[in-house]
Design a protein around this ligand. Structure first.
Ligand code: F6P
Length: 548
């Protein structure tokens, strides 16, 4: 059954939200806390090892109730069932969206075209487990009999970002294998990665759902050519494996069928790390940790499916985006993890969120008359505090920000962890409270400044505050808690798409640039004049050709 298609702005709840917004838009968070003693508790959700405090957002419990009313009016519950049950909710590509099935237990049943997909998923997982164990233990050796020491993941977009982010985030749990990632078609990228590698001890994992992606195929071809400069052809099968839906093209590339880890087309690229695309993760941290990651995601799936919307972490989080994006007209959201391990987390989410919800046509094929997808950005704290926080504190833009922190640090240095977390707590307080004129005045007077100097400085030192934040406090960074966190954002993306009445699981916009690049490449390689360009592009091309 297809997803319903309703313009959210025509619902009763939307109208109520608009009226409610008028009453709340100028209220200061400090006053909201003063007028409601139980606000901090009422607007916090505790679930498993997650403590999620929504109370520093510019909402009241009435706002949450109205947003939930909106979700109900738009049949979110029904849409969630369709999502998990394998309905063709990626209608423009005629596919189900089933990354959730990849982390479902063995005894679950999810049907696609009348077939239960769960046994097939577990077959691939068993293959991943066996292969991982044999590489990690040294049983699988390179062609010359030496143990594998280095893994190179060759892929781009979802075939790179997820595995790269997870391997970086879980480096504390890593085994002895060195893991590298080649993604950019920029030849300098792969050259830099392979320059110190020994082909005899390196395993290349070519990851491409379609096996047609220019970047990945170019990198895989160039790396294979480099490999064959020192190794015989028969060595390829010991050193190249692939992950793809396109088995024939992988075989044509020269990879044996037994070295192919299959995936299905109902796994979207940006949600694919749970599939065989996660092979590099499994190799890097071991299969047991890979499975814990999947189990964590499954637990979040269950929470999302069963919790009341008022206490449902992904649902509230998604509805807050609607609130800020469509009522406050905020344009971006920042994601700030207070752990260096999650260094690549915002970059990873940029694809998930912006490729999914960067859409301007609704599910009826009509242009939307409201704002959709948000800009996503962020860097770990405390580094980001010394880079762009000034704009969040005192700039003209409203930037709702997620603060992700952990109760325990992994290496257990309490001194550093307390310093780190004191910043985590201080920033959300500072963003909310700001600094009033009276506070600045007394501070400047205490510095014995003259009245003239004080009145000149005063306006620059006042912080309005009232900047919304959500604090996610998680017990510890483990494979399982990371799985939960990623799944939380995945479901947030889904809910946003349902409310905005758009299709979140295609990405046609990415295709146009790819097509144009193909014909321009022909011009660069063959000096052909295949297209008429605008004046600017023509000049740039001529300059490049004359000078290269
Ligand atoms: O950027 C477009 C895209 O299709 C992404 O959605 C995908 O993750 C990426 O390209 C890589 O695609 P593939 O895995 O087929 O090589």
């Amino acid at each position: 059954m297809a997803l319903k298609a309703t313009n959210p702005t025509t619902t009763n709840a939307w109208k109520k939200l608009q009226a409610h917004f008028e009453t709340i838009k100028s209220q200061h968070l400090k006053d909201l806390f003063k007028s409601d003693a139980s606000r901090a508790n009422d607007l916090t959700v505790q679930w498993e090892d997650f403590y999620v405090d929504f109370s520093k957002n510019r909402i009241t419990t009435e706002t949450v109730n109205l947003l939930v009313e909106l979700a109900n009016e738009l049949d979110l519950k029904d849409a969630i069932s369709k999502y998990f049950e394998g309905d063709i909710i990626n209608a423009t590509e005629g596919r189900a969206v089933l990354h959730t099935a990849l982390r479902a237990p063995k005894d679950a049943s999810v049907f696609v075209d009348g077939e239960n997909v769960i046994p097939g998923i577990h077959e691939v997982k068993t293959k991943i487990e066996k292969f991982t164990n044999s590489v990690v233990s040294g049983e699988h050796t390179g062609y010359t009999g030496k143990a594998i020491t280095d893994i190179v993941n060759i892929g781009i977009g979802g075939s790179d970002l997820g595995p790269a982010m997870i391997v970086d985030s879980l480096q504390y749990y890593k085994n002895h294998l060195n893991t590298h990632f080649v993604s950019n078609v920029d030849g300098d990228h792969y050259q830099e990665v392979i320059k110190n590698l020994n082909p005899e001890t390196t395993l290349f994992v070519v990851v491409s759902k379609t096996f047609t992606t220019q970047e990945t195929l170019s990198n895989a071809n160039s790396i294979r050519t480099w490999f064959l400069e020192s190794q015989p052809k028969e060595a390829v099968s010991k050193h190249f494996v692939a992950v793809s839906t396109n088995i024939e093209s992988v075989k044509n590339f020269g990879i044996d069928e037994e070295n192919i880890f299959p995936m299905k087309d109902w796994v979207g690229g940006r949600f694919s790390l749970w599939s065989a695309v996660g092979l590099s993760i499994s190799l890097a941290v071991g299969y047991t940790h890979f499975e814990s990651l999947l189990n964590g995601a499954h637990k979040m799936d269950e929470h999302f499916k069963t919790a009341d919307f008022n206490a449902n972490i992904p649902v509230i989080s998604a509805l807050l985006t609607i609130w800020y994006n469509n009522f406050f007209k905020a344009e971006s959201e920042a994601i700030i993890p207070y752990t260096q391990y999650l260094n690549q987390f915002a970059t990873y989410l940029q694809q998930g969120i912006m490729e999914s919800n960067g859409k301007s046509v609704d599910r009826d094929g009509k242009p939307v008359n409201y704002q959709t997808g948000t800009l996503i950005w962020g860097e770990p704290g405390t580094n980001s505090q010394h880079a762009f926080f000034q704009l969040i504190h005192q700039g003209t833009k409203l930037i709702p920000t997620d603060f992700i922190g952990y109760v325990e640090s992994l290496h257990g240095n309490k001194d550093h962890h307390n310093k780190l977390m004191s910043n985590y707590f201080a920033q959300t307080e500072a963003l909310m409270n700001g600094k009033t004129e009276a506070e600045v005045l007394s501070e400047l007077k205490a510095q014995s400044l003259g009245e003239d100097a004080i009145s000149k400085l005063l306006p620059f030192k006042v912080f309005e505050g009232n900047k919304p934040t959500t604090s996610l406090l998680i017990q510890k960074l483990t494979p399982e808690s990371l799985g939960k966190l990623i799944a939380m954002y995945e479901h947030k993306i889904f809910v946003q798409g349902i409310i905005w009445n758009i299709f979140s699981y295609d990405q046609f916009g990415v295709e146009l640039g790819k097509q144009l690049a193909k014909s321009i490449l022909n011009e660069l390689n063959n000096d052909a004049k295949s297209a008429v360009h605008d004046g600017s592009t023509q000049n740039l091309l001529s300059f490049f050709k004359e000078n290269c």
